[in-house]
Design a protein around this ligand. Structure first.
Ligand code: ATP
Length: 300
């Protein structure tokens, strides 16, 4: 059975000219667990993963597997399986031929190709040209490639993107099974809701900075916008809240105000002459905490 290694990012910074894509990022990812690497589009997730896999040089800092940088790993395919993009397969080649190329290059047994196709549910499609694959099937092929060397670490960039409900259900079980076997599983996503049912731990970044890390449950009430309020005239309500110096974020159910007292918000709206359509006190859910941590829903 493969052994998972600890992934460690230590003070990773990456600048592209004027843009600081990743800013002094440090965290570890543990074996035997699925870790969600979350943040809005542009937060720096892909850059961080590319640094981990030796595809981009960091401006400073180190990223290692069990203390070893990717490029120094004696057997990279047997240590780390990565799926960064789903689209880069030659359309005229069959899935089996794609995998054969890597299997031969890595000196793996030929039978491994059909094994991994079976593991990702593509056993019946291995002889089809990849050009005819759906996005979901290409995602699965990317996973098959990642699994070729039976690695102890899986690094997957947005693996749920483009999957249909059946595929989403499948990959959730797949990620769980991989971690249950002792692997280290790091999965990026810009949507917490997408991975919520699959992850044990979360690492959340925004604008290249770490904003939260811990077990998924640590997000519950991590940030506590306690009152949900809405109005048929939302702009007037926003103006009244802003004038009162109250901070809020725009959630799915209304404005989430960082205040514990609905009576106070109701009074404030009454004084400002703003009709309310919704007012209640709420324990913030995981998604609302996530949105608050990454700076609201605007950029999602
Ligand atoms: N090669 C590059 N040259 C210049 N800027 C870049 C480059 N790669 C990334 N960036 C910038 O770095 C920031 C982080 O991008 P990155 O792709 O890592 O974010 P992300 O969290 O993966 O977002 P997404 O989910 O949209 O890919 C963005 O502002 C992006 O425009």
């Amino acid at each position: 059975m493969p052994t998972g290694a600890v992934i460690e990012f230590r003070n990773i910074t990456k600048r592209f000219g004027q843009v600081t894509a990743v800013n002094d990022l440090s965290f570890t990812v543990e074996p035997g667990r699925v870790t969600g690497f979350l943040g809005p589009n542009g937060a720096g997730k892909t850059t961080t993963l590319r640094i981990l896999l030796g595809l981009v040089a960091p401006t400073s800092g180190t990223a290692t597997f069990g203390g070893i940088r990717y490029r120094d790993l004696p057997q990279p395919l047997a240590t780390v399986g990565a799926a960064l993009e789903a689209a880069s397969f030659h359309p005229g080649r069959t899935a089996r031929n794609h995998l054969r190329i890597y299997q031969i290059a890595a000196g793996l047994p030929r039978a491994r190709v059909d094994e991994v196709l079976g593991l990702v549910g593509l056993a019946d499609y291995g002889t089809r040209r990849v050009g005819g694959y759906s996005l979901g099937m290409r995602q699965r092929l990317g996973l098959a490639y990642a699994l070729l060397g039976d690695p102890g670490v899986l690094v997957l960039d947005e693996p749920i993107n483009g999957l249909d409900p059946e595929g989403i259900k499948w990959i959730r079980g797949f990620l769980r099974a991989m971690a249950a076997e002792g692997r280290t599983v790091l999965v990026s996503s810009h949507l917490l809701s997408e991975v919520q049912q699959s992850v044990d731990d979360v690492v959340i970044i925004a604008k290249g900075h770490l904003v939260h890390r811990g077990p998924l449950s640590s997000l519950d009430n991590e940030v506590a916008p306690q009152v949900v309020v809405d109005s048929p005239d939302r702009e007037a309500l926003i103006a009244a809240l802003t004038a009162a110096g109250l901070s809020f974020i725009v959630g799915r159910t209304g404005l989430l105000v960082a205040d514990r007292d609905p009576g106070r918000i109701g009074h404030l709206a009454f004084v400002a002459g703003v009709e309310l359509s919704h007012l209640n006190r709420q324990k913030s859910g995981l998604e609302d905490s996530f949105l608050a941590l990454v700076g609201g829903g605007d950029s999602l």
